[in-house]
Design a protein around this ligand. Sequence first.
Ligand SMILES: Cc1cc2nc3c(=O)[nH]c(=O)nc-3n(C[C@H](O)[C@H](O)[C@H](O)COP(=O)(O)OP(=O)(O)OC[C@H]3O[C@@H](n4cnc5c(N)ncnc54)[C@H](O)[C@@H]3O)c2cc1C
Length: 582
Amino acid sequence: MKVDKLYKYDVLILGAGLAGLRAATEIARKFGDRVRVGIVSKVQLMRAHSVCAEGGTAAVLRPEEGDSFELHAWDTIKGSDFLADQDVVFRFVRMMPYEILLLDHWGIPWSRRPDGKINTRPFGGHSFFRTVFAQDKTGFFEMQTLYDTLLKFSNYDRHDEVFATSFIMKDGKFAGLTAIDLVRGETVLFLAKSLIVATGGAGRLYGFTTYSHSVTGDGLAMAYRVGIPLKDMEFIQFHPTGLVPSGILVTEGARGEGGYLRNNRGERFMKNYAPSKMELAPRDIVSRAEMTEIEEGRGFKGPDGLDYVHLDLTHLGRAKILERLPLIRELAIKFAGVDPIEEPIPVRPVAHYSMGGIHANIDGQVMWDAERTVENMFVAGEAACLSLHGANRLGSNSTAECLVWGRITGNLAAEYSLSKEYPFREEDILQEAERELGAVEKLLRSDGKENPYAIRKELQRTMDKNVGVFRTREGLEKALEKIKELKKRFENISIKDKNLVWNTDLVMTMETGFLLDLAEVLTMGALLREESRGGHFRRDFPKRDDERWLKHTLAFRKEDGSPAFEYIPVRITYWKPVERKY
Ligand SMILES: Cc1cc2nc3c(=O)[nH]c(=O)nc-3n(C[C@H](O)[C@H](O)[C@H](O)COP(=O)(O)OP(=O)(O)OC[C@H]3O[C@@H](n4cnc5c(N)ncnc54)[C@H](O)[C@@H]3O)c2cc1C
């Protein structure tokens, strides 16, 4: 398939969520017109999933009131069930306060205390109230502030509604990106001296999820397909408060502001699972507690098997709910028909975050294996696995990660590009791109019997049922068998729309292909990991097993398309793992 358009940049940023925009603003303010940047997003810039982040962003802002870098690091490492790399965590906590103040200078409307200082709220697993917020719409305001800031500069082109399909690698380096411009119906090749991948997570592996429909792990799957390993993919976070029946998130900020979880007897059941932290225990623990209540008959009957518990905010009072949680009230009224000022909200665990991602080092530099870097390729945000969150992320550490590694990778990619010429012959990469786009053409021509929408639905149902909060060998094996069957059936699909202009059939099908690859990696990784740690809980191996499993999983794609696994050590630089109690 011919390439219709070719663009050339110093730095290419794939993804315009918080991580991508933070990288772009960093390059713009530090390097200005010396570094030409291309920003590619499959949706319009302000429609990146990041605008949905609700509760806040963690940072140590109040040392005078008792918080410290060491405490934030400890909370993060304990929360990770000791799978986080500790040097990464320390770098993160030290860099975060600057990000909060920088956004403040750029005009973000942080919620404030009566004395005018930036306000902070408690969040799960944090032993200090260090989550900075802008009402319950933090991600929206962060995105808006970065976007407004970017508008002051002129060193970049935006490529909105351009869907990336594959990375082209040569001599161990990034050489180009193929894509479809959905608006113009054209094939595109981007050449760049360096690339920052900021494509977000893979939440849509699940049907009951908090994630936008666009969060389909494309960057992860594209990296995996060119031989880059994915790390720790078996660790998925299930958030305790997904609104029933939609799965829309009710922010942890609702419990941070004092909300209670109750079973069908009206009891605050968290006293039996995490007596010191109660509703503000880390998410993996609260989600398992809720599922246990539901399974033992102390939940409420919900539609389509979506049994639930209650999140009770009624005691917070009208004024606090309207001031601190206006979005949550609006969502509960619109999507569950309850007004939280008057009644409790129906909630249950929901797929919420991918702790795993593209294997990267502490600088966000992509790695080929345990030792070799891809010298001109970086990754930031949820697409990355730098091992900051280990086996379980603490709430409000993710938007924070996007800001910190957006900044770091923006600087490194720009410096790299200033020091180098584009090393490949354009014609060679063009030829390679046309070969790659052959796969798109094949899909467009496909005329098989299988419906790609049905395949995506079946995949999500399988993941919801068998790769959820509680896992067993039997369930995981069933899931794996189903995923293999779906992969086979995917080879015989048909796409009805044969045009390239805004072909949502084609985009959805390509995303489903990406999800199938990732589901196989995740499920096989979960089957192999015979222990319980953080978000990965095996009923048949209910204990953490540091002797065998205190290590990161790396999944490499084999020639037949299935994954092979290797393991690398966790970097423990400060605290030895201890039992995790709350
Ligand atoms: C409902 C919800 C609320 C949350 N609230 C919080 C919170 O309060 N605090 C917190 O710390 N974390 C929160 N999180 C997590 C946090 O929002 C995400 O981890 C973070 O926003 C991810 O940002 P990102 O920049 O990595 O990716 P995203 O914001 O997902 O952006 C991905 C970008 O990549 C582009 N892209 C992807 N694939 C392609 C492709 N094939 N071609 C072209 N472009 C592509 C997209 O268009 C988009 O621009 C929340 C998550 C959810 C689901």
